[in-house]
Every structure is written in structure tokens, then in C-alpha cells.
Design a protein around this ligand. Structure first.
Ligand code: UDX
Length: 444
């Protein structure tokens, strides 16, 4: 089948590449010439495990192509995916200018029946706006009655770092449409990924749009809930890790997404919770729980900073901190809304400097903070510790889980760890003579 993907960012590239992998003829369109040139030269503009090889193979076998030519894109696919960015406005709502501009281009150039698929995370009601934008362009061409199209909401549920697997083996394929014919077309497109049992859930468009926000808001809620409990556990001399294990064994609660930490980051949770709050305001609903989820996360990103301030009684000027982990989570180079940024920016503001290491995000850190004399990016975890006054663990990369604590002690000025991900055992740290602060356990 012929597929066009507008937007060669994270979602668009993974979607296009995986659809090509199962035999479709895919054309990816992006207005960013640099990105398209990179892709045409066989380089991926993003880091995602497994993606480079998949792009290379499908490109070589002629099923995956890249262009900046929008008209060519519209002329290509029966299926036209809109997978462009929806950055937050100043007020937290999703900015739809890129989505609507693709819709207008489709209306301007289409010359056959087209299924337009909203893949980007967009507020409830966007499909209607996409429909109107296409219709306006068709009207200009006097084609409204002769050219048909359908708009579908098909939100993505890809986790960075596991996106290929999530696409190839989806837990659910949400299809929002008001036309049963379209559901069947989408079912055919997704059939290679929908084999062992039917995972396609069809519903009306608005419910599909809301399902995406609801899922991310629920996950963010679980995290903020656990972070709140961790802060409470700490004050009650309880150990949140024991509490977590005790809670998770109830299948109604489950073990997933109840890890306390130094706050959630990334391109989805912060943005989507804010956008849903904004949507609630627009319909005059006071979404108290959502507001609290966001407020708790905002505070949680400060928790490590507060612990450091308390330990050093506010005297951070001239100190050096080793930071392990810059990406917002392991297996990605993404630093969007990463807790590491809140931490480092607070340390710099207080006059401290940072020696940081991340297995993948060093390039991104260099791009974001190229001008900072108080940031040194080093090539391995132990180099970050040399001459530092404390180690701060921010991202739970596997290689940080079982370090050589003797070597850590040898390298640090003082044996002191602030752990934002609860990777180590407080009793073991005590035995090793390391002062250990964590989240909801360890020193206070
Ligand atoms: C998320 C959703 O999981 C995915 O379904 C959606 O399509 C996009 O948003 P992603 O942003 O890639 O995916 O990251 P995810 O793995 O969900 O982690 C988000 C953040 O929550 C990270 O900062 C992570 O460290 C944090 N987190 C996660 C916790 O603090 N505790 C947990 O128990 C789980």
C-alpha cells in the first residue's frame, strides 16, 4: 500500500520505517532540508535503538524514500499520516499550526480519495479542524463534491528507546473514525502488526483523541502519586522501595510506573498533562487532579536540589558536582524537560560547577549548553567524579546500577551520593562509608 508520512521526527520516522518494513511503499516528507538530506545519506537524525538499520535496509530495498516536496508527498499515498510536532504554546495548549498547514497542503494537492490520519498527539476536536482545513482548500479548487477524504485519529503509543518494538508489537491500535469504511482500510494497513489477536479498538474520533491524553495523564499520575508518597515516607522514616513492592503486588495497582524518582520528563508527559489541563479550562472544568499531578512533578524536579542545599547548608559556591545521566530516561539522547536540566541549572545558579556523563546525550548536552564554562562533559562515569564534592545520579542507565563503590570513593573529594533514581541500597552505602541520599529512603 502507498503511504505518505508528513513529519520525519520521532513518531513519523518510526511509523514510516515500520510500515515500510512490512512491505508498504512509504514516502516521508519533511520541510527541514537538513533532516531529509541526512536521511537520504543514510543517517538518522534521532537516536532510537534499531532504527538506523531498519531505515538503511528499507531505503536500500526501495520501500522507503524521503523528500521535501509536499506536492509529491500528497500525490503518493492513499494513507497520509500527519506526524508533525505540536509544541506547547505559552499557555500550555498544543500549537496546531504545523498540523493544520499539512492539512491545507493535502487539500491543495490531493487528486484522489485519501485517508488522512492524525498521528500526532492533538487536542480533542483537532480532526474536525483538519477536516475543515482540507475542505477549505478543496472549495478553492471547486472540488468539494467530487473529491472524497476521511480523517482518522490514530494516536501513537511509542516509548522512546523501545519505539520499534512498540510499533511492531502494539498493545493497542486505537482508530477513531466516523466512517466504517475507513476502519477497514486502517485494519488492512495494520494487519501485519495485528496478528495473534485483534488489538484494533475502533471508536469515535473525539474519544480516540482523548484516549491518548488520558493514557499519558494516567501514567503521569501514577508517577506523581509515588513521588508524593516517597516524600511522605521519608518524613515518616519509612522506605518507599519497600512500600512500592508491597503496593505493586496488588494486581489492581501493578508494578509498572510506580517508581519514585526526581520527576518525569520527556516530550510527552509534561506537554500532554499541560495540554489536557488547558483543554479542561476551555470547557470550564476545574481538573484538580491533573493540576496536582503537574504541580507535584514540578516540585519533584527540585527535590535533589533541595537535598543538596540542605546537606551543604546552602554553601554551594565553588563546589563541583558529578552528574550521572542527562537524558530524561535511559536508552535515549532526549533531554527535553529532563530533570538533569533543572538540577544543573540550579547548581550553576548557586555558583557550583558540573562534571557530567551520559551514555547517549552528550551531543545534545553540548548543543544545549555549549556556552557554559561551569559544565564539563566527560567521556566516562569515573572521570566525572575526579575532584567532585558529590555524585548526583539523575538517569537510571543500566551501567550506573552496579558501580565500583571503592573507585567512587577514591575519586570523589568526599564519599557522598545523591541518588534521584533509588539505584543503591542504603544499608550497603552505610557499610561502605558513603553518605547516601535517595528518594523516599536513605538520609534525610
Ligand atoms: C511516554 C509513554 O510511556 C508512551 O506510551 C507515550 O506514547 C509517550 O510518552 P516516553 O516519554 O518515551 O513515553 O517515556 P516513559 O518511558 O513513559 O517515561 C516518562 C518519564 O517518566 C521518564 O522521565 C521516566 O524516568 C519517568 N518515570 C517512568 C518515573 O519517574 N517513574 C516510573 O515509574 C516510570
Amino acid at each position: 500500500m502507498k503511504v505518505t508520512i508528513f513529519g520525519s521526527g520521532y513518531v513519523g520516522l518510526v511509523t514510516g520505517t515500520c510500515l515500510a518494513e512490512v512491505g508498504n511503499d512509504v514516502l516521508c516528507v519533511d520541510v527541514d532540508e537538513r533532516k531529509i538530506n541526512m536521511l537520504n545519506n543514510g543517517e538518522s537524525p534521532i537516536y532510537e535503538p534499531g532504527l538506523d538499520d531498519l531505515i538503511a535496509r528499507n531505503k536500500a530495498e526501495g520501500r522507503l524514500r524521503f523528500t521535501t516536496d509536499i506536492a509529491e508527498g500528497v500525490g503518493h499515498g492513499l494513507f497520509q499520516f500527519i506526524a508533525v510536532g505540536t509544541p506547547p504554546d505559552e499557555d500550555g495548549s498544543a500549537d496546531l499550526q504545523y498540523v493544520l498547514s499539512v492539512a491545507r497542503s493535502i487539500g491543495e494537492h490531493m487528486d484522489d480519495y485519501t485517508v488522512v490520519i492524525d498521528k500526532s498527539t492533538v487536542p480533542v476536536g483537532t480532526a474536525d479542524r483538519v477536516k475543515s482545513a482540507i475542505n477549505e482548500e478543496l472549495e478553492k479548487r471547486a472540488l468539494t463534491s467530487s473529491l472524497e477524504f476521511d480523517v482518522v485519529s490514530n494516536p501513537e503509543f511509542l516509548k522512546e528507546g523501545a519505539a520499534i518494538d512498540d510499533f511492531m508489537k502494539p498493545e493497542r491500535i486505537i482508530v477513531g473514525t466516523d466512517n466504517p469504511r475507513t476502519t477497514e482500510l486502517i485494519r488492512a494497513l495494520y494487519s501485519p502488526f495485528n496478528r495473534s489477536h485483534d488489538r484494533l479498538i475502533a471508536m469515535d474520533i473525539r474519544s480516540a483523541e482523548l484516549t491518548k491524553y488520558a493514557s499519558n495523564a494516567m501514567l503521569a499520575t501514577k508517577i506523581s502519586f509515588m513521588n508524593e508518597l516517597a516524600n511522605l515516607a521519608e518524613r515518616l522514616d519509612a522506605d518507599i522501595e519497600k512500600v512500592r513492592i508491597g503496593m505493586g503486588s496488588d494486581p489492581r495497582i501493578g508494578y509498572h510506573f510506580i517508581y519514585p524518582g526526581c520527576g518525569y520528563g520527556g516530550s510527552c508527559f509534561p506537554k500532554d498533562v499541560q495540554a489536557l489541563e488547558r483543554t479542561a479550562r476551555e470547557v470550564d472544568y476545574d481538573a484538580r487532579l491533573l493540576n496536582a499531578v503537574e504541580a507535584v512533578n514540578y516540585r519533584q524536579k527540585q527535590v535533589l536540589v533541595d537535598k543538596i542545599h540542605n546537606h551543604f547548608e546552602g554553601k554551594l559556591k565553588g563546589l563541583t558536582f558529578a552528574v550521572w545521566g542527562l537524558a530524561f530516561k535511559p536508552n535515549t539522547d532526549d533531554m527535553r524537560e529532563a530533570p538533569s536540566r533543572t538540577l544543573m541549572e540550579a547548581l550553576w545558579k548557586a555558583g557550583a560547577s558540573v562534571q557530567a556523563y551520559d551514555p547517549e546525550a552528550m551531543g545534545e548536552a553540548r548543543r544545549l549548553y555549549s556556552e557554559r564554562p561551569d559544565l564539563e562533559l566527560v567521556d566516562d562515569p569515573m572521570s566525572a567524579l575526579k575532584g567532585a564534592d558529590a555524585l548526583v545520579v539523575v538517569t537510571e542507565w543500566p551501567k550506573f546500577r552496579s558501580p565500583d563503590f571503592d573507585e567512587i570513593k577514591r575519586n570523589l573529594n568526599t564519599p557522598l551520593i545523591f541518588d534521584g533514581r533509588n539505584l543503591y541500597d542504603p544499608a550497603q552505602m552505610k557499610d561502605a562509608g558513603i553518605a547516601y541520599y535517595a528518594i523516599g529512603r536513605g538520609l534525610k
